[in-house]
Design a protein around this ligand. Structure first.
Ligand code: 13P
Ligand code: SF4
Length: 307
């Protein structure tokens, strides 16, 4: 059995402190097991945004990456949003800034602007609609009357959406360094080892990997697929942290990572110890300035109206 990196005592302290602070802990599906174990709720980007907008708690401890905590701040300006480690960023989100997007918009003045939730608040403020990996296809399909569509920052998600919707998209040269580590030969090898397994991959993967999958899904949709499928074994083409979640929720099924190399270092920065200090000191706060927040919120509201 794997040795626990944290004590039951610390878990207990966090749970008590959380109550005292009227806080809720939200954790992305890629977080370390020790983090998922103290979370009130775990999910994908869309579910976490929804949960943040509905909670009555005064404080949200966001265990994920920076753009996710910013999204919570955009949706709940009256709440205190804290991150146990504010250095946990998303390299893909950092691949485009507001000035670069403004320039792209100037080059395509008639285009509708769709942006992945993996973007900064400043970039969201420049979007017409936000989307997540769960609803990107539905969002683009909802823009039928638009002649041109800009889709930023993930070129591979754009490629997947373009194939699913039959729309040409003006994309950006962004990508996820973690999902790029999953290669076609990984899928081939794992299929050979586990011939009865279904292959699920995230749409941030390379198009060659996406084309080999049985299902292309967001992290939480992978959980739903595993639960509902008759299959007993699954090859998982996304960040390895999801395997813990899948195993917890489906103890009788087997999950194999497509590649052990698919680790997002930023998602692993948060630990129980850092959560304890965040709750103790009520920091670090993530707060989006009001003028940016109001504009960014419109793009998220439009997304939530579509799906
Ligand atoms: P999900 O919305 O599918 O959880 O994806 C978030 C993410 O950062 C994937 O790398
Ligand atoms: Fe960003 Fe990729 Fe990490 Fe997701 S897995 S947070 S897209 S770097």
């Amino acid at each position: 059995m794997m040795k626990k990196q944290y004590s039951d005592e610390l878990t207990k302290t966090i749970l008590e402190l959380k109550k005292k602070r009227d806080a809720i802990i939200l954790a992305h599906n890629y977080q370390l097991p020790e983090v998922q174990d103290v979370a009130d709720f775990h999910g994908d980007s869309l579910e976490l945004s929804r949960k943040a907008s509905k909670t009555d708690a005064k404080v949200i401890v966001f265990c994920g990456v920076h753009f996710m905590a910013e999204t919570a701040s955009i949706l709940c300006p009256q709440k205190l949003i804290i991150m146990p480690d504010t250095f946990a960023g998303c390299p893909m989100a950092n691949m485009i800034n507001a000035d670069q997007l403004k320039k792209l918009k100037e080059e395509h003045p008639k285009a509708a602007v769709v942006g992945y939730v993996n973007t900064s608040a400043e970039v969201k403020a420049e979007l017409d609609v936000c989307c997540t990996s769960t609803n990107a296809v539905a969002v683009v399909n909802a823009l039928k009357d638009k002649e041109e569509i800009i889709f930023v920052p993930d070129k591979y998600l754009a490629d997947y959406v373009s194939k699913q919707t039959g729309r040409d998209l003006i994309s950006w040269n962004g990508f996820c360094p973690t999902h790029l580590k999953i290669l076609p030969e990984d899928i081939k090898r794992e299929r050979k080892f586990h011939p009865f397994a279904k292959v699920m991959v995230h749409p941030e993967c390379l198009p060659q990997v996406v084309s080999m999958a049985d299902a292309v899904l967001s992290t939480s949709m992978m959980g739903k697929f595993a639960k509902e499928s008759d299959a007993k074994e699954f090859i998982i083409g996304t960040e390895v942290g999801l395997i813990y979640r899948l195993k917890q929720d489906n103890p009788t099924k087997e999950f194999y990572p497509a590649s052990e190399r698919a680790v997002c270092p930023n998602m692993k920065r948060t630990t129980q110890e850092k959560i304890f200090w965040a709750l103790e000191e009520l920091k670090e706060e993530v707060k989006v300035p009001e003028d940016v927040r109001v504009r960014a919120k419109k793009s998220i509201d439009r997304m939530l109206e579509i799906i």
